[in-house]
Write a protein that binds this ligand. Structure first.
Ligand SMILES: Nc1ncnc2c1ncn2[C@@H]1O[C@H](COP(=O)(O)OP(=O)(O)OP(=O)(O)O)[C@@H](O)[C@H]1O
Ligand SMILES: [Mg+2]
Length: 277
């Protein structure tokens, strides 16, 4: 799983999403031209409030939209320089691109270890390699090793999130689309999980696209961020500059006055204020 992969030609990003539009049920337009890139070895955040379109963006990339009656109707998605709009989700998993879904979908009636082993289903390199990868997952997640025989449904939310990420690792991924790892978890656990993401990125060379409502935490671990609102990217930039940006602070960190509906309102409000001043 964790062998460093050779970096391809310098400039080509690992993942490039180019102006995608997504429609659910043939009529509900949700993404209205979203573009983003993830460099090889990068950790990039997609931020935004409830219903902004983060999950839809990730599922458009991993090809899991179909199960939701969603469709990419414009734009393109390139992974390692190849168009992937026609690939199947399992084909993408074999090519190293996997999504960890929001809400940590573990099989509740299976043990932690059985859950992890289900993640190796696309592997064709034999039991020995699978066993070695299981050991690596346990090295990153010692808690999972302790709980390997526990039925997943009876483990804590944090352990289930770790199990969901660990299961993705069993497919030997080059890139993980990680949907709201912080959801419903105490801050300390969220930090523990982001630390492991950081180590997987540094030590195992796994690239990440992380969708988060927890802007503050995500921007501490990502190098670049995109802010999504109502199906559009309204702002992007290096994580440091987003963290310091007063509009982002005001809207996402709740440092401004209340009553505004959206990030854009904040921007307009601030502009008006400056103009009046
Ligand atoms: N299967 C679906 N059919 C129709 N509309 C959908 C479907 N899934 C999502 N939507 C709508 O698309 C919009 C974006 O939803 P999405 O789940 O991508 O947002 P999100 O940013 O992930 O939100 P959250 O932070 O709550 O997870 C929402 O308005 C939602 O109601
Ligand atoms: Mg979501």
């Amino acid at each position: 799983m964790v062998a460093m992969q050779a970096v391809p030609q310098a400039a080509a990003p690992l993942l490039a999403v180019n102006g995608i539009e997504v429609i659910y049920n043939h009529v509900i337009l949700v993404l209205k031209g979203v573009s983003l890139t993830v460099p090889e070895g990068g950790v990039v955040a997609v931020l935004g409030a409830n219903g902004a379109g983060k999950t839809t963006t990730l599922k458009a990339i991993s090809r899991l939209l179909k199960a939701e009656r969603g469709e990419v109707t414009k734009g393109s998605v390139e992974y390692r320089g190849e168009r992937i709009e026609a690939a199947s989700p399992s084909d993408l998993v074999r090519r190293g691109l996997i999504q960890v879904m929001e809400g940590r979908h573990c099989f509740g009636h299976l043990t932690i270890e059985e859950n992890l082993l289900t993640g190796a289903y696309t592997r064709r390199d034999g039991q020995g390699q699978v066993a070695a990868d299981l050991d690596k997952v346990y090295a990153y997640f010692p808690r999972l090793k302790e709980r390997r025989r526990a039925q997943a449904g009876y483990t804590s939310g944090g352990e289930q999130q770790m199990c969901a990420i660990g299961r993705a690792l069993m497919s030997n991924p080059r890139m993980i689309l990680l949907d709201e790892p912080s959801m419903g978890l105490a801050p300390q656990l969220v930090e523990e999980i982001f630390e492991i993401v950081h180590r997987l990125n540094r030590e195992a060379g796994v690239s990440f696209l992380v969708a988060e409502q927890n802007t503050n935490m995500a921007l501490r671990y990502a190098s670049f961020g995109y802010i999504l609102e109502n199906g559009r990217i309204v702002m992007d930039g290096p994580a440091d500059s987003l963290r310091e940006n007063s509009d982002v602070k005001e809207f996402y960190l709740g440092l401004g006055e209340g009553g505004r509906q959206s990030f854009r309102d904040v921007k307009h409000y601030r502009r008006r204020k400056r103009w009046l001043a």
